[in-house]
Design a binder for this molecule. Structure first.
Ligand SMILES: Cc1ncc(COP(=O)(O)O)c(C=O)c1O
Length: 316
């Protein structure tokens, strides 16, 4: 349902994690030195894979509604004018990793318009869309795409178990066929034994009945982190946006270098991911960091955020 329309068999490929979708799309589209447009910050696993394929990055900043798509035409024009090939736009539409925000409907429509004007493909990476705590679901790019430019990727990693390594992508049959050929050269196929287990799990209705429990479980954890942040963070030094789903908080602490804060936090047995890791061009995120709320118990989260608040307050 999240994809928004029925698929033909030739429009679907089962993959070994959605990480593999990124890898296969790179095999299918990229030559070394080609450009990929992505949000900044973005999921470092994705840009790492693209980097291994020789990608270079054009980046678009984000605000609370996701990628600032109005900046794209100028960015694209300038890149094309200097003779660069742009192969695809990578976007995490729902509950962004690491920002936690989602791309508004307006911007999704505009993004599609821009992509079709320039004939650039889009990789719509959506592993978190099923983990919505509140608010209306926003239509996928894939469901609104009339030109076969969007490859949609999602995964059982966040809604069943990361260890299944079962994921899928959907796109026009030509690109899916190319990706399938590269997949044969990579791992032949995703374990059919595991695929059968996931299939039976879904067929028997377990995913449908389990999902509301997962969502409610993670919502409680998100609420626990929100309460702890409100309680312990020095409001004049730190800001954040409460995510409506997904796994992450993105915290901005201007004037407090996250790498330095991490050292002090680790002494207090608290860890997070410093923001710079999510900037493929290495030009931002110094005073930002990502916190994940899905693992720790509410009690641990409360204690951890209290310690982190202390570490922040200790900065001059
Ligand atoms: C945005 C995004 N895409 C893809 C993945 C990879 O997921 P998978 O476990 O299916 O490879 C992740 C995992 O953290 C992610 O955050």
């Amino acid at each position: 349902p999240k994809m928004g329309r029925k698929l033909l068999p030739e429009e679907l490929l089962i993959t070994t994690g959605s990480s593999q979708v990124i890898d296969l799309l790179c095999w299918a589209l990229l030559d070394r030195g080609d450009w990929v447009i992505c949000e900044e910050p973005t999921f470092l696993g994705a840009t790492g894979t693209m980097y291994n394929h020789g990608a270079r990055f054009l980046t678009v900043p984000c605000d609370s509604e996701g990628m600032k798509v109005e900046l794209l035409p100028d960015l694209i024009e300038r890149a094309l004018a200097s003779g660069n090939r742009i192969k695809f736009i990578y976007t995490i539409v729902n509950f962004h990793n690491p920002l936690g925000c989602d791309l508004s409907l307006e911007r999704r429509k505009r993004l599609l318009e821009i992509a079709s004007t320039y004939g650039i493909m889009i990789l719509e990476d959506d592993p978190y869309g099923w983990v919505r705590f509140e608010g209306e679901e926003i239509q996928s790019l894939f469901s609104m795409d009339e030109q076969g430019l969007v490859v949609f990727a999602s995964s059982f990693s966040k809604i069943l178990a990361p260890g299944t390594r079962v994921a899928w992508c959907a796109g026009n049959s030509e690109i899916i066929r190319k990706m399938a050929v590269f997949k044969q050269g990579t791992d032949t196929c995703t374990s059919v034994v595991v695929q059968a287990i996931v299939w039976e799990y879904c067929r028997l209705g377990h995913l449908d009945s389990f999902l509301p429990r997962i969502v409610s479980h993670y919502r409680d954890k998100r609420d626990g982190m929100e309460a702890a942040l409100q309680k312990y963070m020095p409001a004049e030094r730190v800001s954040w946006q409460k995510p409506k789903g997904g796994f992450f908080y993105w915290i901005s602490a201007p004037g407090i270098p996250a790498e330095e804060l991490l050292k002090r936090a680790v002494e207090k047995k608290v860890a997070f991911v410093p923001g710079e890791a999510f900037y493929p061009t290495g030009t931002g995120g110094r005073d930002d960091f990502r916190m994940c709320f899905t693992f720790a118990s509410p009690e641990m989260t409360d204690l951890g955020v209290e310690k982190l608040g202390e570490a922040i307050s200790e900065f001059e």
